[in-house]
Design a protein around this ligand. Structure first.
Ligand code: HEC
Length: 151
């Protein structure tokens, strides 16, 4: 390939690489590159998730996911779900049936649509972000060690 052609192709490639992430990934919440990406800046999705949460979850997990009979879901700590969006989505869908882990958390995958469960997780993550940024809770990620996800 001629040098000129190479640079002609290189420049738009670099521009795209710089522009795409800043345009799209800015408000996407992901715990690692393979994790479910949640658009926590989408007000409609967050509101839909909030409504589902208030109807079906707040009874046990408290208002704004602050915890009650069930654990806090907006504290940045998900011990049962490995703190990934995919893990939380799975926990909500299939529940926690293992009695030695509690076994109180039901399966919602049959009564709540997949996209609405995604909206619930999006709401929980946006609320978690809000609570960290407002100083309401200590940022749980500062002290956390880099997690390694085996393939
Ligand atoms: C009957 C009470 C109850 C209801 C209703 C309930 N949960 Fe739970 N949930 C629990 C309990 C208790 C646990 C802790 C594990 C256990 O004991 O099974 C839990 C665990 C979880 C976890 C795992 C947390 C972690 O640390 O990884 C998630 C996520 C979760 N619930 C989300 C939800 C969502 C979302 C809803 C609504 C769709 C919901 N729960 C409704 C009681 C409930």
């Amino acid at each position: 390939m001629s040098k000129i052609l190479f640079f002609l192709l290189l420049i738009p490639t670099l521009v795209l690489l710089a522009v795409i992430p800043s345009a799209f990934s800015e408000d996407l919440h992901q715990m690692n590159e393979n994790d479910l990406a949640l658009d926590i800046s989408n007000a409609d999705t967050v509101q839909n998730g909030r409504e589902w949460y208030d109807r079906r979850c707040s009874f046990c997990h408290g208002g704004q996911g602050k915890g009650g009979k069930g654990p806090c879901l907006t504290c940045g700590k998900f011990t049962y779900s490995a703190n990934t969006n995919m893990g939380i989505f799975t926990t909500i869908s299939v529940g926690i049936t293992n009695q030695s882990l509690g076994g109180t958390m039901g399966a919602f995958g049959t009564t709540i649509d997949g996209m609405d469960i995604v909206a619930i997780v999006t709401y929980l993550r946006s609320e978690e972000r809000r609570r960290i940024e407002s100083g309401e809770i200590k940022d749980p990620y500062i002290v956390q060690e880099q997690m390694v996800f085996p393939e």
